[in-house]
Design a binder for this molecule. Structure first.
Ligand SMILES: Nc1ncnc2c1ncn2[C@@H]1O[C@H](COP(=O)(O)OP(=O)(O)OP(=O)(O)O)[C@@H](O)[C@H]1O
Ligand SMILES: [Mg+2]
Length: 196
């Protein structure tokens, strides 16, 4: 069985500084892998190469044994790689379901030709995915700004899962969370593992 995701000799330099130096590792389907390292060790940079933010200077990325070129974040998403960055990429000023569908909004036609947002559908789908993951958010109409750190993290994870991520990468998902919220995120991660 090939790894679901594998890197070989992945390398990234910023000027004279080698941030990631020939990193080779593999992750199997259903596996939860943690990458540990000191501040500035290169963890986020490694993630950003896999998720199409940075181009590697050397090395290759393989998905299910096949070499892939990931030039942009959209390429990564098209390959089923969803990333939740260290500085959580949720839009603060819009509500939960709008965040889950951000950039991939569902529309419906009125009068046969005008596209408008299909809000009912997006709210219903958001509720379904959050319920599935046992995530309780007081109101799907609540702006992200008004949620706790753990709830935000849960929304970000739900979004990735909803879009059928094969590989979910989280950069320090619990760094900003309290103990109870950290536990909740770990429970969600293990339930995600069991979905494979
Ligand atoms: N865009 C950039 N330009 C120049 N140097 C960078 C850039 N991004 C990261 N670096 C440098 O690369 C090295 C690795 O940084 P990176 O953010 O990958 O570390 P990290 O392991 O994620 O650290 P932390 O635990 O603090 O998040 C650091 O020395 C950092 O200063
Ligand atoms: Mg980092």
């Amino acid at each position: 069985m090939p790894f679901l995701l594998e890197t070989k000799d992945l390398t990234k330099r910023f000027g004279g500084l080698t941030a990631v130096d020939h990193v080779s590792f593999g992750v199997g389907a259903g596996e939860v892998v943690a990458l540990l390292g000191d501040n500035g060790a290169g963890k986020s940079t490694l993630i950003k190469m896999i998720s199409g933010v940075y181009r590697p200077d050397a090395g290759d990325i393989f998905l299910e044994g096949k070499k892939v070129e990931i030039d942009t974040p959209m390429d990564a998403i098209a390959h089923g790689i969803e990333t939740i960055y260290q500085d959580l990429a949720l839009a603060e000023n819009i509500d939960v379901s709008s965040n889950i569908f951000l950039g991939r909004e569902k529309t419906r036609k009125v009068l046969g030709f005008i596209d408008i947002l299909h809000n009912d559908y997006m709210v219903k789908e958001s509720k379904r995915i959050l319920d599935n993951l046992d995530i309780v958010i007081p109101s799907l109409k609540a702006n992200i700004r008004n949620l706790s750190g753990g709830q935000r993290q849960a929304v970000a994870i739900s979004r990735s899962i909803y879009w059928n991520a094969k590989v979910l990468i989280m950069d320090e998902p619990t760094a900003a969370l309290g103990i109870a919220e950290q536990k909740k995120v770990l429970v969600i991660v293990s339930s995600f593992k069991n979905r494979v």
